[in-house]
Design a protein. Structure first.
Length: 84
């Protein structure tokens, strides 16, 4: 899960930074702040996904309610036609 991925990604970034230093002779640091920024990015992405799923759920719920109401109206109209 995410508990395994975050430390792995932080370590992988450190390895890439070392390779970058060896090839480009420039430093790229992985600091605790960058780790916290990674966590912040993850939480914001999860939050956006949750919001999108809630919107989809609301749309589905509204659609189902409209289908139920329409079904009841059709049933009522069928009864009226049977009476005539």
């Amino acid at each position: 899960g995410i508990m395994d991925f975050l430390p792995f990604s932080f370590e992988a970034a450190g390895q890439v930074a070392t390779t970058f230093m060896n090839v480009q002779r420039r430093f790229a640091y992985t600091t605790p702040k960058s780790f916290l920024e990674l966590i912040k990015l993850y939480t914001s992405m999860v939050g956006m996904k949750v919001d999108a799923l809630e919107d989809q759920k609301d749309r589905l719920t509204n659609g189902l309610e409209k289908l139920r109401a329409t079904s009841e109206q059709v049933a009522g109209l069928e009864e009226e036609l049977k009476e005539k």
